[in-house]
Design a protein around this ligand. Structure first.
Ligand code: ASP
Ligand code: MG
Length: 402
């Protein structure tokens, strides 16, 4: 007997038939004698629908009331799934956030789970399956809160941590984590095992299988995760500590993010404090700066600084730079159509020549590199957006991921 968290995402519980199917998956696990805490999302599209409704009242819908509204999506799934289990003759009971309670801290619409009372549910697990809502909690003041879009992954990880479960299985609509986007790169393969760090790099770069902050929490407390499909019997992807993985390949996946833009400040003074002066107002405006590159200045006085941001922030960023009285530069240029392509792999650390191999492959295909950045397990380049898929395919092939 093991204790498990099983989390089902919106598409997995998107219709009554699917909820009945999920009930059968749970029955199989239950018949093995496992203790199960089932975390559910709202039915697919439900949360968006509720947001639409709120917008019809006001674009500035009261934040406290928005949480009351949005948390109802998961409440519906809890009841439907629990009743489906009862119909299969499984003891089951649902709990809402305040009944458990799931304690949160922080602002409305953007709280985080700080504690979950385990006593009632732990006791109930001797009798049946506990079904609980993802994405929500209750604040110290007793107000209902939600924890940000996609937050039910974080709920699942919090339940796994606080109930000290043996596993945390994330059921979703894909077979697992892939070596690249399987919709665009048909030769991409499902990865059987991946480290938290690699998963984070891949997910923040566009492989949206799980919410990155949930993976971060799992990494912090070393809670192994398994991502798998609700609709097939395939094994899925295990996400755990790097030590548990034997790396046979240097690169685990190739990720890309489109919708980036690149800005260059030409002729910037090269003295202490200049970079801070450039980025301070951007930080204040909550503009997310990704890569930063500073040229070496020949006469020690003038240099160029290039950085990348999300394309949506381009106009705002240029305005802020132009208004900034604390910096001097000759001119600003930008490229609004760039993409970031990255190879990710914990095996890269121990394999020499990866950098050269990547650059050579791109050069052979006449793909120009506009900027480069590296971390221990990732090597990213900025290229013209139109070359993105060509670059990803090429790298996927030369690093033997096809
Ligand atoms: N229902 C919420 C959302 O759509 C939470 C989740 O599905 O993870 O964002
Ligand atoms: Mg969801």
């Amino acid at each position: 007997m093991v204790k498990k968290v099983l989390k089902f995402g919106g598409t997995s519980v998107g219709t009554i038939e699917r909820i009945q199917h999920v009930a059968k998956i749970i029955k199989k696990e239950y018949d093995l004698g496992n203790k199960l805490i089932v975390v559910v999302s709202a039915m697919a599209g439900k949360t968006n629908e509720l947001i639409d409704l709120s917008n019809q009242i006001s674009e500035n819908f009261d934040k406290r009331e928005l949480d009351v509204l949005l948390s109802s999506g998961e409440q519906v799934t809890c009841a439907l799934l629990t009743a489906a289990l009862i119909k299969l003759k499984i003891n089951s009971k649902s709990w809402l956030n305040w009944q458990i309670p799931i304690l949160t801290d922080g602002d409305h619409n953007n709280s985080r789970i700080v504690n979950i009372n385990v006593s009632k549910i732990n006791q109930y697990l001797n009798e049946g399956v506990a079904v609980v809502p993802g994405f929500q909690g209750i604040s110290k003041n007793g107000d209902i809160t939600t924890i940000g879009r996609g937050g039910s992954d974080a709920s699942a990880v919090a339940f796994a941590k606080l109930f000290d479960t043996d596993s945390c299985e994330i059921y979703t609509d894909v077979d697992g984590v892939f070596s690249s986007d399987p919709n665009k790169i048909p030769v991409a393969k499902k990865i059987d095992k991946i480290s938290y760090e690699e998963m984070l790099e891949l997910s923040s770069l566009g492989a949206k299988v799980m919410q990155p902050s949930a993976v971060q929490t799992a990494m912090m407390y070393d809670i192994p995760l398994q991502v798998r499909s609700t609709f097939t019997d395939r094994k899925g992807t295990k996400i755990f500590d790097q030590q548990n993985i034997d790396y046979t390949k240097s690169v685990t996946g190739v990720a890309y993010s489109k919708d980036d833009a690149k800005i260059t400040l030409l002729g910037v003074e090269d003295r202490p404090g200049v970079a801070a002066n450039i980025f301070e107002p951007l930080n204040k405006a909550q503009i997310n700066v990704d890569m930063v590159i500073q040229n070496v200045s020949s006469d020690q006085k003038i240099t160029d600084i290039t950085f990348t941001i999300k394309r949506d922030d381009l106009i705002k960023t240029k305005e802020i730079l132009q208004k900034n009285k604390n910096i001097k530069y000759e001119s600003i240029t930008h490229n609004a159509n760039v993409a970031k392509v990255s190879i990710v792999g914990a095996g890269m650390v121990s394999t020499p020549g990866i950098t050269y191999k990547m650059f050579k492959a791109l050069a052979d295909d006449k793909i120009n590199i506009l900027a480069i950045s590296t971390s221990e397990i990732k090597l990213s380049v900025i290229i013209e957006e139109e070359n993105t898929l060509r670059a990803v395919k090429k790298l996927h092939t030369i690093f033997e991921l096809d």
